[in-house]
Design a protein around this ligand. Sequence first.
Ligand code: PLP
Length: 376
Amino acid sequence: MTDRIRDFLRTRRPEGPCLVVDLDVVRGQYDQFARAMPDTRIFYAVKANPSPEILSLLTELGSCFDTASVAEIQMVLATGATADRISFGNTIKKERDIARAFQLGIRLYAVDCEAEVEKIARAAPGSKVFCRILSDGAGAEWPLSRKFGCDPEMAPRVLELAHRMGLEAYGVSFHVGSQQCNTEAWDSALASAAWIFREMTERGINLRMVNMGGGFPTKYLRQVPEVNAYGQSITSAVRKHFGNDLPETIIEPGRGMVGAAGIIKAEVVLISKKSDDDQVRWVYLDIGKFGGLAETMDESIRYPILTERDDAEKVPCVLAGPTCDSVDVMYEKVPYYLPVSLEIGDEVLIEGTGAYTTTYSAVAFNGFDPLKSYVI
Ligand SMILES: *Cc1c(COP(=O)(O)O)cnc(C)c1O
């Protein structure tokens, strides 16, 4: 909770559930990444929070951007950033979207198979491509599946095809899983990347870039390592696997850039028990899985929740959202402890919600408005 957010909520008293993002925190996070990895270019993962104010600030600070669609590319261009600061990092693109991106000036694309290389060779001739490799996501609280990336063994074939089709085989990318709390998690992927570089050199093609993805955490209930610890661990892993022939490097922080900058204000709608001897209380908020808290899926992300009664004894609660869908329950398998004196109508503050909330909220499920956002 920052003073600026506290003042904003006190003076503006916005109605209904809303996210408030403090740009000073985003600026601070950007500076930390820039200082921790001074030789690495930062590509903010736009999907984490595409608010125009955040994109404009990052453009001003010199950031580059990882985008996943033509709409995201246009949002970044609208801030005045030039196309050479944008990558089209989604491995799953329609050929006509690639053509549109090419028209807009984008020359850097992700691939993870030969069919995607063929699309880019046709729709974005001469562009740079990097090949994404699989990562098991071990240690991540929001692991990414086998959906993205190919086996490292396959990458040289994909990159060689790119080269033969007139593209620039530029490098390798991976993502170690989101909310990755193990600072060493980059090591084995960097070993694979270095192997691919050597394999390509033997084929007469010199790769230049390693894109080390996102994964940098936000502090929720548990402490997480400092950005600096990630910087040191990653820098030494790059040196260990590449020796003196260091590649250009990129990181793509999303959650780590904006997660801590946001707080959601919500309200207790109902507190009840299911029977006289029920051991847990049910606490229903005016926000849930469909209002922006989608990352509570499988109870993966556990947000810190502040109330005005946190001095009171805390009791186990099931925490649920306001909609008429039975999956709209945030925490049940592992109950959430909230003050025994909590009352209907109380305000609650959900911390660490600057990333992956606003864009996940439904447009009007059950008639509830999408999550409002104030960037200050
Ligand atoms: C989502 C995404 C990111 C951001 O991941 P975080 O864990 O939020 O930092 C980075 N790169 C790519 C390609 C992504 O899809």
